[in-house]
Write a protein that binds this ligand. Structure first.
Ligand code: PLP
Length: 423
């Protein structure tokens, strides 16, 4: 389609957008009395209006039923989290039994490392991407030290080539083959938080499995954003947070995937707690742990209902719309944003910015601002554009398909242009 950088054209795209009514399903913050242009759905998604009903329901049941709410609430709390598995499985391409919702992301990665990072004297090395999200780096380093290993001899980062802003799949595969029999684990962010690159998860998983390693994915930026087929790709495990593209609220519950081949097994090393033992016998309070037949075996505590309830509300929206529709809108709106950026760049004479996100992308465009810096970022924020800043000089723009409009992209372009011309 031939795009135009005009308000009329953007409105035309909105009019044709089958998801346009979902914008009304979300609360938008206001700046200068107007709804913001929200580009940080990759950091904290907007609040769905229906979420409050889910939380209110729990508060009401708690007030009226107290402890009896565990079994007699409208959605009983003792198995409340199970309601999330089915819809979430569709989002990540898994079987419902491979999914559980619990804790938060870094906590879950540590718990999954207990099961899937079992270093031996021969096979102990870990491959991850260069400059992984800091929490993932701390997690991996502390895991290596916990096993008595020196992180510097244990963790191998795949680098980008000099002068390039993205990872090449062939470089990752080469590193996997090079480490070979010493490779215990590949753990990479499926969608990179910084440049927005979508990794070739299928190919990388296959290569890791081929040398006998376990392969896990951090899907913080992948879930609710890109097509995932965790089961078919044969990943061993994955974890994600729910507050980015999944709009479940600050710091809210995380999801895990454990491949079916590990389910129902007692011989798997795992940190265990009473919510992972079989429901049928859980309240007999027996000393022996009988793992749930599904990924809930990794649950430790009774579920934090007030954190899970907003996630259920959000999943209802994903159920209604489905990932294929979201991805279609995502592709269109990101393409339009890219077009607008290039138009503005051409209009303001000197070349001012560079999109560093490669063609394998989801919702996010990362833009390197040449010689612009913080003042331009501040100008955007003051004028109702919420985006974020990453050192040294990058703004990340993620127009979440659920609630961002094509008109937002056009208006953003105009504000950006003013910001550059007024500097
Ligand atoms: C957002 C993000 C996290 C956040 O971890 P929490 O434990 O939820 O604070 C971790 N890893 C990656 C790759 C992220 O993008």
């Amino acid at each position: 389609m031939q795009f135009e950088n005009t308000l009329a054209f953007a409105k035309k795209l909105d009019a044709k957008d089958p998801l346009r009514k979902y914008r009304q399903e979300f609360h938008f913050p206001k700046i200068n009395g107007k709804d913001v242009i929200y580009f940080t759905g990759n950091s904290l998604g907007l609040q769905p209006k229906r979420t409050k009903n889910y939380v209110d329901e729990v508060m009401k049941d708690w007030a009226e039923l107290a402890v009896e709410g565990h079994f007699y609430a409208k959605k009983p709390w003792w198995d409340y989290h199970e309601r999330l598995a089915e819809p979430l499985a569709k989002v990540v391409g898994a079987k419902a039994k491979e999914i559980s919702v619990m804790n938060t992301l870094t906590v879950n990665l540590h718990l999954l490392m207990v099961s899937f990072y079992r270093p031996s004297t021969k096979r102990y090395k870990i491959i991850c991407e260069e400059k992984a999200f800091p929490s993932d780096q701390y997690m991996l380093q502390s895991q290596a030290r916990f096993h008595g290993l020196n992180p510097n001899d244990t963790i191998f980062e795949v680098k980008k080539r000099s002068g390039e802003h993205f990872w090449r799949t062939e470089d990752i595969i080469e590193k996997i083959n090079e480490v070979g029999e010493e490779l215990a684990l590949v753990l990479i962010g499926g969608v990179n938080y910084y440049n927005g690159q979508v990794m070739d998860m299928e190919t990388i998983t296959k290569a890791g499995k081929a040398v006998g390693a376990n392969v896990g994915w951090d899907l913080a930026h992948g879930v609710g954003n890109v097509e995932l087929k965790l089961h078919d790709w044969n990943a061993d495990f994955a974890a994600w947070c729910s507050y980015k593209y999944m709009n479940s609220g600050p710091g809210n519950a995380s999801g895990i995937f454990v491949h079916e081949r590990y389910l129902g097994r007692k011989d798997i090393p795992r940190f265990e707690g009473w919510w992972g033992t079989k429901k049928e016998t859980r309240f007999l309070m027996r000393p022996e742990f009988e793992p749930m037949e599904n990924a809930d075996a990794w649950q430790l505590s009774n579920a934090p209902i007030l954190s899970v309830a907003p996630y259920l509300a959000s999943l209802e929206l994903f159920e209604e719309v489905g990932m294929p529709m979201l991805i279609e809108k995502r592709n269109a709106i990101v393409a339009y944003l890219e077009f607008v950026l290039k138009e503005i760049d051409a209009e303001v004479a000197e070349s001012t910015f560079e999109i560093i996100t490669p063609k394998d992308r989801g919702c996010q465009l990362s833009v390197f601002l040449h010689g612009q810096g913080k003042p331009l970022f501040n100008y955007l924020m003051e004028n109702g554009v919420i985006t974020d800043w990453r050192e040294p000089n990058v703004i990340r723009l993620a127009p979440a398909p659920f609630y961002c409009s094509f008109e937002d992209m056009y208006r953003f372009g105009q504000i950006l242009k003013e910001g550059i011309l007024n500097k």
